[in-house]
Design a protein around this ligand. Structure first.
Ligand code: FBP
Length: 418
């Protein structure tokens, strides 16, 4: 091979690589232009203008709505698929699957209604007073019906206890069907169908809280005994948050997992698994308006927290108050960012406002599963005996550093007052 041949071959190879480089860049820019124009048409449909800085990140995000299925979408696990695998791993809990599916369907239905409150005239009062002495909202009643039907029709639940009902009831009564499938279920469910009812009419976050117990193997299977088991007996606990996004947060005692509703596909997808709450965090969530009626220990704790004289090494951020008036929303914020939520007892109501069975217990189980702590100020919520379905308890829940500090203040000042 002489020099001219060598130069000719080299020139040809160089030409080839230039062609390849051009094609790739050309293909890249063409796709970017297509995506950007598709995104612009999507957003202009939504009447929003794109600032140049926002465009790149949003484009990628928005285009996922209508672009052909990208690799990541294929891998997303749906709630059902995740639960199938989870229960395959714990065969003794396999019977839970229809219950979990019915909870997912019920939460999706309630979420759909939450988004139609004003358009479908679902706001306002229903006209009844519930067992708590509260005016029932229309959606309290509807959500209660949706949850009861969904759980009882799973065929695995025999007894349900709801915040909105005076007494726990048999599923055969709920479904008005004496078919044994509705009374032989081996599980019982407790739930608050719509938590944060005071937020409904203003469209602020609300939620549904639920807990599942195994029916006692021996002894009477009467609704009261079955549903008034200690929180430590819960086998499933979860809540669904109806807010900017709709999340189901759930544990089967195998880690705490978050599923988010994709409004386009209508599916709940796993978005966070084995969630861990920060050991300490900046958020404190208390309804300060009641401070004058609280145990002084709570006020000392909060003032030291605010003045940073309680500062845990594991959190350098400044303390920050957040209170949304819905237990689910406030606890979800604490779960993600760390800190403490508290609804203390007061001089008028030493047992506080929140209900042990279907609010405090499920929340406590989830927070403990995420590495946090749940206390009534002096001890573990999950160890509290349940004497009555609508029994109330002071609740302090969140990061270990803050809740254990609160408990230390309560014990110290209580000891001091004796
Ligand atoms: P319900 O709405 O289910 O009755 O729940 C009680 C609740 O709304 C909690 O969600 C919330 O943490 C608390 O009461 C708010 O109470 P307050 O308005 O007294 O701060």
């Amino acid at each position: 091979m002489n020099l001219s041949h060598f130069i000719a071959v080299y020139a040809f190879l160089f030409y080839l690589s230039m062609c390849k480089g051009y094609l790739t860049t050309h293909r890249f820019f063409t796709r970017r232009t297509i995506e950007t124009s598709r995104c612009r048409s999507l957003l202009s449909a939504g009447g929003t203008s794109l600032s140049s800085s926002a465009s790149s990140s949003n484009v990628a995000k928005y285009t996922s709505l209508s672009a052909p299925v990208s690799a990541s979408k294929v891998e997303r696990k749906t709630f059902n698929r995740f639960m199938q695998i989870e229960l395959w791993r714990t065969p003794e809990l396999e019977a839970l699957y229809p219950i979990l599916c019915s909870i997912e369907v019920a939460c999706r239905d309630i979420n759909r209604l939450m988004r139609r409150i004003s358009t479908d005239n679902l706001d306002g009062l229903h006209g009844n007073i519930n067992v708590q002495g509260e005016d029932q909202k229309k959606l309290d009643v509807i959500a209660n019906r949706i949850m009861k039907n969904a759980l009882c029709c799973s065929g695995k639940i025999s007894i349900v206890a709801s915040e909105e009902d005076e007494r726990p009831c048999l599923c055969s009564a709920v479904t008005d069907n004496s078919n044994s499938a509705f009374s032989n279920g081996e599980f019982a469910a407790v739930f608050d169908p719509l938590d944060g009812s005071s937020n409904i009419d203003s469209g602020l976050p609300t939620g549904t809280i639920f807990g599942i117990y195994q029916n006692p193997k021996y002894g009477p299977r009467d609704p009261l005994t079955t549903t008034t088991q200690k929180g430590s007996e819960l086998i499933v606990a979860g809540y669904c948050l109806y807010s900017a996004a709709c999340h189901i947060v759930i544990t089967l005692r195998t880690g705490l997992h978050i599923f988010t509703l994709d409004d386009v596909t209508g599916e709940f997808y796993l978005t966070r698994s084995n969630v861990r709450i920060p050991r300490s965090g900046p958020i404190y969530s208390f309804n300060d308006a009641n401070a004058a009626t609280w145990d002084p220990a709570v006020n000392y704790f909060l003032s030291d927290l605010k003045t940073k004289s309680i500062r845990n090494k594991s959190c350098s951020k400044n303390p920050s108050a957040r209170y949304m008036g819905a237990l689910v929303a406030d606890v979800h914020n604490i779960l993600i960012n760390g800190g403490i939520f508290g609804y203390p007892g007061s001089k008028i109501k030493p047992e506080g406002k929140l209900r042990l069975l279907y609010e405090a217990n499920p929340i406590a189980m989830m927070i403990e599963e995420a590495g946090g702590m749940a206390s009534n100020g002096f001890g573990r919520i999950l160890d509290m005996p349940v004497k009555d379905v609508h029994q109330r308890t002071p609740l302090f829940v969140g990061s270990v550093d803050e809740v254990s500090e609160l408990q230390r203040y309560m014990t110290f000042f209580q000891a001091g007052s004796k």
